[in-house]
Design a protein around this ligand. Structure first.
Ligand SMILES: NC(=O)C1=CN([C@@H]2O[C@H](COP(=O)(O)OP(=O)(O)OC[C@H]3O[C@@H](n4cnc5c(N)ncnc54)[C@H](O)[C@@H]3O)[C@@H](O)[C@H]2O)[C@@H](O)CC1
Ligand SMILES: Nc1ncnc2c1ncn2[C@@H]1O[C@H](COP(=O)(O)OP(=O)(O)OP(=O)(O)O)[C@@H](O)[C@H]1O
Ligand SMILES: [Mg+2]
Length: 358
């Protein structure tokens, strides 16, 4: 009977993924996981999610639950910006925009009529050298027209690494910063800022969401070190302090969230499938929750007395919890065939289980 229980299967999976007992490195990894899920660091994620999710009030009008924009989508990548933007809508944002290159736009539009797609970004191959200055100004003006309307930007999913395109995005980041808009920097946005930290440092509304490779590059460039798995929380704290005044969500077996003051972890059981696109769901989700946490002001609920008060940290915790729960629900149904689109289909259930609509 025990062998058929979900708990037993989960334990077996954890044991398998740790490579079995007995060897010292694996024991260290197990101890580390145990430490990460300890009471001091583990966030009260479900209560935080409930506290910052607004009620469905009939007096509210379109736009009040959030207007999100994703800056990303190029010749190679059209899935990533779609995943981020549609996730934002499915969680409860009212409007979701995508600013992408001209050739990515028709593809992204064809995935969904719900998204508002702006084909404004340009890559080097489509711009002659003598046109670059003028084109960059035009791109910036097109984005600027909309900027003030957004509650949060997600910069980077499927953006690509074209140097001219990234120069334009640097300018967009500078303008968004002047306008005081929160920014979730993910994917190729992290590739851009890793060599240009001034774009985000000391901007408390910036959130970096590095995956394993992106984190390695950040640690190497900023701390001039290798990633130290044995001392992961302290290294993350050092990284956040060194960059200064922003929040980092380090994705992994447990998501670690740090604003330079505290480190929180979300280790709610997710899925053993590592298909591409889950980080994109996360960045779209964090954008919505950061907007909601800012709208709600400081969370003063008694149950959350010991929780962080920083809206970017709260948004990261809620986004991480929601994605991981949706991934686990999708995996229960689709097992090895679980894909990002399946996880998106379970965002509603994940949200409903934690914060019911009624
Ligand atoms: N369906 C889609 O459209 C998806 C697109 N994605 C996008 O794909 C892009 C890359 O994301 P990944 O998570 O794969 O990025 P990673 O940095 O994890 O890895 C990308 C690949 O590039 C290599 N690489 C590492 N450093 C490099 C460098 N300095 N220059 C060139 N290549 C380097 C890595 O070895 C790896 O093979 C991002 O824009 C991301 O948003 C992903 O989000 C997955 C889904
Ligand atoms: N080893 C793991 N075990 C459980 N969950 C994980 C693991 N690694 C990542 N995750 C979860 O998957 C989510 C996405 O992380 P991942 O590292 O896949 O991002 P990514 O590489 O940026 O994804 P994308 O393919 O969208 O770019 C994270 O929020 C994290 O919770
Ligand atoms: Mg990614």
């Amino acid at each position: 009977m025990l062998a058929s229980s979900a708990v037993f299967r989960r334990q077996q999976f954890l044991i398998r993924s740790l490579g079995g007992f007995g060897d010292c490195a694996h024991q260290n990894r197990r101890q580390q996981i145990k430490a990460m899920s300890g009471t001091s660091m583990e966030a009260d994620a479900e209560n935080i999610l409930r506290a910052i999710t607004p009620s469905l009030d009939p007096k509210r009008y379109k736009g009040q639950a959030g207007k999100i924009a994703v800056i990303g989508g190029c010749r190679e990548y059209t899935g990533a910006p779609y995943f981020a933007a549609i996730s934002a809508l499915k969680i409860g944002a009212d409007l979701s925009h995508v600013f992408c290159t001209k050739d990515a736009a028709p593809v992204i539009k064809s995935y969904s009529p719900e998204l508002i797609v702006h084909p404004v970004l340009e890559e080097s191959y489509s711009v002659r050298d003598e046109e670059k200055k003028f084109t960059a100004e035009r791109v910036l003006a097109e984005v600027d027209k909309w900027l003030e309307r957004f509650d949060c930007l997600v910069i980077g999913p499927g953006l690509g690494r074209d140097p001219f395109l990234l120069e334009c995005v640097s300018e967009i980041i500078k303008h968004a910063r002047q306008t005081n808009i929160p920014m979730i920097i993910d994917g190729d946005g992290l590739f851009l800022i890793t060599d240009n930290l001034h774009l985000v440092s000391n901007y408390p509304l910036a959130v970096l969401t590095p995956n394993v490779n992106e984190y390695k590059r950040l640690v190497k460039n900023v701390l001039l070190a290798e990633v130290d798995e044995q001392d992961a929380p302290n290294q993350l704290l050092s990284l956040a302090k060194r960059i200064g005044g922003l929040t980092i969500l380090r994705k992994g077996r447990a998501d670690l969230i740090c604003d330079g003051e505290t480190v929180k972890s979300v280790s709610i059981y997710g899925s053993p499938r590592r298909c591409g696109g889950q980080g994109d769901i996360l960045s779209g989700s964090v954008a919505v929750f950061v907007s909601w946490a800012r709208q709600q002001g400081l969370v003063t609920d008694g149950n959350l007395a010991t929780s962080p008060k920083n809206p970017t940290v709260l948004g990261c915790i809620a986004g991480s919890a929601l994605l991981r729960k949706a991934a686990s629900l999708a995996f229960e149904n689709k097992k090895r065939s679980t894909l990002t689109t399946d996880i998106i289909e379970f965002l509603w259930r994940s949200l409903e289980d934690i914060s019911p609509a009624h």
